[in-house]
Each structure stands twice: as structure tokens, then as C-alpha cells.
Design a protein around this ligand. Structure first.
Ligand code: C2E
Ligand code: CA
Ligand code: CA
Ligand code: CA
Length: 291
């Protein structure tokens, strides 16, 4: 759908500026470039017009069975297209650099929302927010985060930043310094989609991180593929050895959850407990499921 809309924009752009575009672009490059340009313009406008929503998905402690944290997941509420999923705009946001601004909006919204929920009685609720590799490369990231936390009135220990393995493994020495700075502020750090990238385990030991999130692809195979079960067990064991918290992503069935409980995985997240929800829906979910 998004492509269709960008196509329409592209069509208009082409009609208005036909000669202009043909003047400086090779014909085979024109369409793709205009389409990209149209989509970028749409996304830029979305950021200006505050069309981004943050949904929240619960993360459950497998021992206490209570919600300890919610993951903030962005959605784009487009005036005519409706709710657009991250896979349809995050890649473009990354390519164009708009992800930095987008990511800051998500951080700001998430921190404010959690503070509000804490004030309403969910005292110990934390939030985890995804950080794009580009954001993570920003030298002034700790300052940006400190300001957002201060403005929201949220204590740093209630914010967890999720970075992917590949982002963490690029420029390791610099990242260690950056992570240390964030950690000294009191913010928590987790490695997202763990097991899918290539992590050097020796570096993992050096990183001042707090948690691993086991990628969904291994959880879905727990009962079908002995290799997946073995990988999940190995990651849990690794996390215990390194004294890291471990969360299973994409838990969809009771039997997967039972397996994770039995194998001492600390936390679980997935459709079994709840899909990512808008704030009002999460409040209702919380009232129904937690007391
Ligand atoms: P992720 O960080 O790995 O987030 C988990 C994704 O898995 C979410 O997709 C969530 O809806 C989905 N999921 C959760 N439980 C289940 C389950 O039980 N089964 C299945 N099949 N899926 C489940 P979503 O919200 O579409 O986000 C996709 C990706 O987009 C995220 O993957 C993350 O990489 C990226 N993303 C989302 N929000 C942000 C953001 O604010 N900033 C950045 N940089 N990336 C974001
Ligand atoms: Ca994540
Ligand atoms: Ca993930
Ligand atoms: Ca992911």
C-alpha cells in the first residue's frame, strides 16, 4: 500500500517535472529515485506532523508471572493508509538518516508514558526501546537520553535500550566506551535478536550489558527442531554465566512458555501474553491480567 501511495506521488512528481527530471537523471534510475524521494518526503512529514504512535508489548517474568517491562514498538498512523508496520518504513528511515529523529520521538513518548503509568500505580514498570545502529553511532547519544529522561521525570533504571548484535560488534572499542557512559547514567542495555548476528563471545564479556533477548526464530523451533532447543539452552546458560538477564522473544504457545520456565529463562515476551498494543489497550490488558 505504501508503495502504491509513493507511486502516486511519484506519478505526480513526474508529470510536474518531467523535463526537469529527465534533464539530470538517467532514465532507468529516475523511477526508483523519485519513488524513494516521495516516500522520504512522506516520512519527513509524518515526523513533523507527529503521526508516529508507540505501541507496548508486555514482557513477563517467568517466576513471578508479572509484567516487569514493556517493549516500545513504533507504528505510523498515516491519514489515509492507516497503521503502517515498522518493516514498511524503518529501512527507509535508516537509509535516509531520519531514524535518528524518529528514534528520539519514540524514546520521548515511551519515557513519558512509563512515567505516567508509574504515577498511576504500576510502580516498577520499565520500558525497553529499540536503538537503531545509526542512533548508537551518534557521539552525543548519552546526552540526548539524559535530557529525555530528565524531561520525562523518569529514573534511568526504568529505561532499557535494545541494540542489535551487529550494531554492537561494529567498532567494538568505541562501543564499550559508549555503553559504559550509558551504564554510568543508570540506563540498562540489552542485545536484541541474540543468536542471529555474529557475536564474538569474548567481546560479549567485555560489554557492560545487562540482558540478552533470544531471537524469535529459535523459540518457534523449540519443540520442532532439537537444534533450536539446544541453542536456546546454550544462550540461557551463557547468560547465567555472564550474569545477564535473558528474555525469550516471540513466545506464542503455552508449551514454549513451560519449556522456558523449566529451563530458567528469566523473562518471556510474545503473542501468548499480548501483542504490541496502543497505551489505552495496554491499560485494559494490565487491569485484566495483573492485579
Ligand atoms: P524487534 O525489536 O525484534 O521487535 C519484536 C517484533 O516481533 C515486533 O514486531 C513484535 O510485534 C513481534 N512479535 C512479538 N511477539 C511476537 C510473537 O509471539 N510472534 C510473532 N510472530 N511476532 C512477535 P514489530 O512491532 O513489527 O517490529 C519489527 C521490528 O521493527 C522490531 O523488531 C525492530 O527491529 C523494529 N522497530 C520497531 N520499533 C522500532 C523503533 O522505535 N526504533 C527502531 N530503531 N526499530 C524499531
Ligand atoms: Ca527489540
Ligand atoms: Ca528482537
Ligand atoms: Ca529485529
Amino acid at each position: 500500500i505504501l508503495m502504491k501511495n509513493a507511486e502516486a506521488a511519484m506519478y505526480r512528481a513526474k508529470q510536474q517535472g518531467r523535463n526537469h527530471y529527465q534533464y539530470y537523471l538517467a532514465p532507468e534510475k529516475t523511477e526508483a529515485q523519485i519513488e524513494r524521494f516521495a516516500m522520504e518526503a512522506m516520512l519527513r512529514k509524518a515526523l513533523e506532523k507527529d503521526e508516529l504512535l508507540v505501541y507496548y508489548q508486555p514482557r513477563v517474568n517467568t517466576k513471578s508471572e508479572s509484567v516487569v517491562c514493556v517493549e516500545a514498538l513504533v507504528r505510523w498512523q498515516h491519514p489515509t493508509l492507516g497503521i503502517v508496520a515498522p518493516k514498511d518504513f524503518i529501512p527507509l528511515a535508516e537509509e535516509t538518516g531520519l531514524i535518528v529523529q524518529l528514534g528520539e520521538q519514540v524514546l520521548r513518548k515511551a519515557c513519558k508514558q512509563i512515567k505516567k503509568w508509574q504515577d498511576e500505580g504500576m510502580d516498577e514498570l520499565s520500558v525497553s526501546v529499540n536503538l537503531s545502529p545509526l542512533q548508537f553511532r551518534q557521539q552525543h547519544l548519552p546526552g540526548v537520553i539524559a535530557r529525555i529522561l530528565r524531561q520525562a521525570g523518569l529514573k534511568p533504571r526504568f529505561l532499557e535500550l535494545e541494540i542489535t548484535e551487529s550494531a554492537a560488534m561494529q567498532n567494538v572499542n568505541r562501543n564499550i566506551l559508549m555503553l559504559r557512559e550509558l551504564k554510568e547514567m543508570g540506563v540498562k542495555i540489552s542485545i536484541d535478536d541474540f543468536g542471529t548476528g555474529y557475536s564474538s563471545l569474548s567481546y560479549l564479556k567485555k560489554f557492560p550489558i545487562d540482558a540478552l533477548k533470544v531471537d524469535r526464530s529459535f523459540i518457534s523451533g523449540i519443540h520442532e527442531d532439537p537444534d533450536d532447543a539446544a541453542i536456546v539452552n546454550a544462550i540461557i546458560a551463557l547468560a547465567k554465566t555472564l550474569k545477564l538477564n535473558v528474555t525469550a522473544e516471540g513466545v506464542e504457545t503455552e508449551s514454549q512458555y513451560l519449556y522456558l520456565q523449566q529451563h530458567r529463562c528469566d523473562e518471556a515476551q510474545g503473542y501468548l501474553f499480548g501483542k504490541p498494543m496502543p497505551p489505552e489497550t495496554f491499560e485494559e490488558w494490565y487491569k485484566l491480567n495483573m492485579r
